[in-house]
Design a protein around this ligand. Structure first.
Ligand code: UT7
Length: 337
């Protein structure tokens, strides 16, 4: 087995963050009117109180564009300076072209090379790692990495097992080449992995080449999210904890060195199971899933921006990002902020 942990040489800095969530709020009380559920069940099982839903006509690239503009403003860069755009998403505007190309058009990043990646909830962290390699090898200088989802377009709104969990939103970072090796916000170490043996426990079964939507199956909602919740839950706890420990070990740090962990925002019980076992206290755990639910690839990206803008993470802090999602995929990165 290859070692999944990578230490990054420090010529890349995260120079800006941004995020955007749509205005429309869908509360647990609203969902009580749609399916057989209760605010008490959703809150106690997941920690989610409300989520945001994109407006009619608002696509994933629209959400991504708003997050990108914020990240560019935070970084103080122009669109022309960006030479790489990666959008991590499982809810692209279309099968093709890439959502990243729509973002490119929207912001006028005429010098960028653009593509999407599909790694579900881990996609934003995969994207950061990919962009680091482009920048470290000198092939690109300034990257925009975005996690963006309009999951409301892929949810079966009659399935209480899933429809209460997901929301829409986008988060972004700008990474750039940094000639001063020790300055700025750095990704120190990462651990990434996948397990394709468990593709079926969290997936959208239809709409792709394996199972096109036809007049005969159109009434089965095969193009919506299906999840075996308990199986995903168990795998998530184990994989996120191991990825975090591996990424920390990659730079000879331990849980006691962590100033803030920013985990994937799927379920408060999953997060607490990980942080309790690792001995990371609540005040060092960033949570916003109560407001947004699970926004897949956008979740860690939005949380990182909020942690940055609210001062929850400060210069010099050791920050751990960790995510888990369909595939299965997982990823953790240790940052020095
Ligand atoms: O982002 C990608 C990664 N995704 C995740 O990490 C999600 C992982 N899984 C989970 O977070 C949890 O498994 C869920 C929140 C999805 C479910 O929680 P659970 O404690 O595992 O519940 P369960 O699926 O075992 O269901 C318990 C009961 C069932 O009823 P019975 O069979 O015990 O009678 C469900 O039918 O709760 C029922 N149930 C609901 N009841 C009210 C399921 N959904 C709902 C609902 N409202 N919305």
């Amino acid at each position: 087995m290859p070692d999944p942990t990578e230490q990054n040489n420090c010529s890349v800095t995260i120079c800006g963050t941004g995020s955007y969530v749509p205005e429309k709020v869908l509360s647990n009380a609203d969902l009580e009117k749609m399916v057989d559920t209760s605010d008490e069940w959703i809150t106690s099982r997941t920690g989610i109180r409300e989520r945001r839903i994109a407006a009619d006509g608002q696509s994933t690239s629209d959400l991504a564009t708003e997050a990108a503009k914020q990240a560019m403003a935070d970084a103080g860069i122009t669109a022309e300076q960006i030479d790489l755009i990666i959008v991590a998403t499982i809810s692209p505007d279309a099968f093709f072209p890439a959502t990243a190309c729509y973002v490119q058009k929207n912001i006028g990043a005429i010098n960028a090379m653009c593509f999407d990646i599909s790694a579900a909830c881990s996609g934003f962290l995969y994207g950061i790692q990919i962009s680091q390699h482009f920048i470290n090898t000198g092939h690109r200088k300034t990257a925009l990495v975005i996690g963006a989802e309009k999951l409301s377009s892929m949810v079966d709104w009659e399935d209480r097992n899933t429809c209460v969990l997901f929301g829409d939103g986008a988060g972004a970072v700008v990474l750039t080449h940094d000639t001063d090796g020790n300055a700025g916000r750095k990704v120190l170490s990462s651990s990434l992995g996948s397990d394709g043996r468990q593709t079926d426990i969290l997936h959208v079964p239809g709409g792709g080449s394996a199972c096109p939507i036809t007049p005969e199956n159109a009434d089965q909602n095969l193009n919506t999210i299906r999840m075996q919740g308990r199986e995903v839950y168990k795998s998530a706890v184990n994989a996120m904890r191991k990825a975090t420990e591996d990424a920390l070990a990659g730079v000879e740090l331990g849980a006691e060195d962590v100033d803030m962990i920013i985990p994937h925002q799927a379920n408060l019980r999953i997060i607490e199971a990980i942080t309790d076992r690792m001995g990371i206290p609540k005040e060092k755990t960033f949570i916003n899933l109560d407001k947004y639910g699970n926004t897949s690839a956008a979740a860690v990206a939005i949380a990182l921006d909020e942690a940055n803008k609210t001062g929850a993470i400060k210069p010099g802090d050791i920050v751990v990002l960790v995510a888990f999602g369909a595939g299965l995929t997982w990823a953790s990165s240790v940052l020095r902020w």
